[in-house]
Design a protein around this ligand. Structure first.
Ligand SMILES: [Zn+2]
Length: 693
């Protein structure tokens, strides 16, 4: 080659380079982004596709999500694997169906440690990873924290979306530049109860659920605007997906989890990445949320998650690949909570089959609301889809990745409305065993929801009446048993409550908490030996049940077995170090053992954790009194009584401290109050009378 030719070729290459660069510049923000794009995964809890503007809902106020859909790819029929938060998110992050990863419900299931996720895959590829979740159901104890450098689940029970976004924004501001990030942001607001922030209430007075979605849209806009201002947005793949929908009364289901109709299985799913995916594309064929993680990895130029059942949708987006052949969804909620039949469904582009005691077949092209069951009219089609379903699942129930549920977890789940968090103690039984069809039983379930709400609102007799009635009609219903037992317990019917909890324990043999609750009943009935037996049963099921250790320790201390008691109480604190009451219980027994320094340490720690805790102040006062600091003791007892004025034992200590501090008149006033009090326990009354002058 002559030098001239070589030079002109070089010139041509340079020239071409300039042209290419100009083209990239001309495309402005739509340039091909960095080799490893950032990924922002936003999961919308409890969000129906058909309540988003882009999905055709005229009354929506979702401008930011709609814009993402306009500028990106919108999947019109994205189907979640389960209408339940934890199983759905596990499927989303693993690309696996629930029968493979084994997380079939909230609460007492967790992601097995061996399974890779989108987070572990991206972390292994050098990504900085962080998750910001908004509800306890996604707490790290359920295993989704793996692969995240930061897993922010500091939510109490739940956290409003704006606060979760604020936490995410702070992390994004502080991360190391030069490495791509993967952020998972979970927004819980549309979950019931529907209670949007003040400024959305008037506009959505008649449909607060839509108000919650409008709020979530605004929260998303805040984060995307921040990313845009920092120059990060255009190198970020943004994806928005629902974990499940909400029935809002469809098929008589109020919320979600009991059924597998489209109201709860069909979710919004949008992919936004200018330069990587086309803008304004709509994909009408059914796809799955388990396809999202493989799709994101494909777009990032990474291999898919090993073993994933989901498939990259990039070929579908580019028009050269078929979408998934079978789209599956399930709910084991009816079985796990109610002992009813689980539901499994499969759909193709037109037909949807639900495997239930009375099987269902719907022609979604004509009947998107699934109102007319045509299984009898189309037996061959129903049989073929039933066969496809069995082929997919192997005709088996599949994996059950159970974890134990302790009292603390059960209480938090109950406060979020997941009462009776049951267990797969039914795992030993067969799916083919005849069970009630959830669609025939939805009325019972709705009544139990009412009973549960009545119990939580303090209307215990109403709860007892409804739950008792439901239980007489459906004796193997674990949810009915636990709602009834809780209400009986609340009104002090401990013998009845113990019997009902016992029935619950027989229905759910893996529940340690059931035995713990029976133990509380016996303790209240003045039968510590039987209470101890029940705590032993609880600890045989779950040796890490802090509440069982705590009560066992208290019972042993009362019997004078101090060393054994201290061992249990210490274990309880070690299991749940952030629960102030456990430390106070330990401190009390340490005091009786004369170990004041250790008691002092535990009490101070309890007060650090919960500064207003009346028991901690009372215990601290008792320690100060034992050490001769009467004035300090007076101060602590005073603080305790300010919170709980009817604690007569504390008042007696208070009076003694006043005496020691020389405040004789005040002390006498307290003794008189105790001696005259109608509800004063006899031993305290006697002690108070003895001090009267
Ligand atoms: Zn959810």
């Amino acid at each position: 080659m002559s030098r001239t030719l070589k030079r002109s070729l070089v010139a041509l290459v340079v020239l071409l380079g300039v042209v290419v660069a100009a083209a990239v510049l001309w495309r402005g923000p739509f340039r091909a982004a960095a080799a490893r794009p950032n990924i922002l995964l936003i999961t919308l809890d409890t969000t129906r596709a058909d309540h988003i503007g882009a999905y055709g809902y005229a009354r929506a106020r979702t401008p930011r999500i709609d814009r993402l859909a306009r500028e990106g790819v919108m999947f019109e029929r994205a189907i979640t694997a389960a209408p339940i938060t934890l199983p759905s998110h596990v499927s989303l992050l693993t690309g696996l169906y629930p029968f493979t990863h084994g997380v079939r419900n909230n609460g007492n299931f967790s992601l097995p440690a061996a399974l890779p996720t989108l987070a572990t895959a991206l972390h292994d590829n050098g990504y900085q990873t962080a998750a910001f979740v908004s509800a306890f159901v996604l707490d790290r104890r359920y295993g989704l924290d793996r692969g995240f450098d930061r897993y922010d689940d500091d939510v109490g029970l739940e956290r409003r979306g704006d606060r979760t976004v604020e936490a995410a924004a702070r992390w994004l501001d502080g991360r190391t530049a030069g490495r791509p990030f993967f952020v998972w942001l979970h927004l819980y607001d549309p979950h019931d109860p529907y209670d949007p922030p003040e400024r959305f209430r008037a506009a959505f007075a008649d449909r607060p659920y839509d108000g919650e979605i409008a709020f979530v849209d605004e929260v998303i806009a805040t984060l995307l605007d921040r990313l845009e201002r920092s120059g990060t947005l255009w190198s970020t793949i943004v994806t928005v997906v629902g974990d499940h929908g909400e029935s809002l009364g469809d098929h008589f289901e109020i919320t979600h989890a009991m059924f597998v109709y489209e109201s709860t299985l069909r979710v919004p799913m949008i992919l936004w990445s200018p330069g990587r995916v086309p803008s304004g594309q709509r994909i009408a064929r059914p796809v799955r949320t388990i396809d999202l993680a493989p799709t994101l990895l494909d777009l990032a130029g990474r291999p898919s998650i090993a073993g994933a059942e989901g498939r990259s949708l990039v070929p579908t987006i580019r028009g050269n690949g078929a979408p998934p052949q079978s789209v599956y969804g399930e709910t084991y909620f009816p079985l796990l909570y109610m002992n009813w039949a689980p539901l499994r469904t499969i759909q193709d582009e037109r037909w949807k089959y639900i495997d239930a005691p009375t099987p269902e077949l719907y022609d979604l092209s004509r009947d998107p609301g699934e109102r007319t069951n045509v299984a009898n009219r189309e037996p061959a089609r129903a049989a073929a889809l039933g066969q496809a379903l069995r082929a997919l699942t192997g005709g088996r129930r599949g994996a059950m990745s159970e974890r134990q549920i302790d009292g603390d977890t059960a209480a938090k789940l109950a406060a979020l409305g997941y009462v009776g968090a049951s267990s797969a103690g039914v795992a030993a039984t067969d799916d083919d065993e005849p069970r009630a069809d959830p669609k025939a039983m939805i009325g019972v379930f709705n009544r139990l929801r009412d009973a549960n709400a009545a119990g939580q609102a303090g209307r215990f007799e109403e709860a007892i009446a409804i739950a008792g009635d439901a239980r007489s009609r459906d004796p193997k219903n674990a949810f009915a048993a636990v709602v009834l037992a809780n209400a009986q317990f609340a009104v002090g019917r401990y013998r009845d409550a113990a019997a009902t909890y016992r029935a619950y324990a027989e229905l759910v043999p893996t529940s340690a908490d059931a035995h713990h609750r029976i133990a509380i009943c016996y303790a209240r009935l003045g039968d510590p030996d039987r209470a101890l037996e029940e705590e032993d049963a609880a600890l045989a099921i779950d040796a890490r049940d802090a509440d069982a250790h705590n009560l066992r320790g208290g019972l042993l201390a009362a019997k004078g077995h101090t060393d054994e008691a201290l061992r249990d109480l210490r274990i309880a604190v070690d299991i749940s170090p952030s629960r102030a009451p456990l430390r106070v219980g330990l401190a009390r027994v340490l005091m009786t053992a004369g170990r004041l320094d250790e008691a002092d340490r535990e009490t101070r720690e309890a007060l650090k954790l919960d500064p207003g805790n009346p028991d901690a102040h009372a215990a601290f006062g008792a320690i100060l009194l034992a050490r001769g600091d009467a004035e300090g003791a007076v101060r602590e007892f005073d603080r305790s009584l300010a919170v709980r004025p009817d604690a007569d034992d504390v008042r007696l200590d208070f009076a003694r401290a006043l005496d020691k501090a020389g405040a004789t008149a005040r002390a006498q006033a307290e003794y008189r109050r105790l001696a005259a009090g109608r509800d004063t326990p006899p031993d305290i009354r006697t002690a108070a009378r003895a001090r009267l002058r």
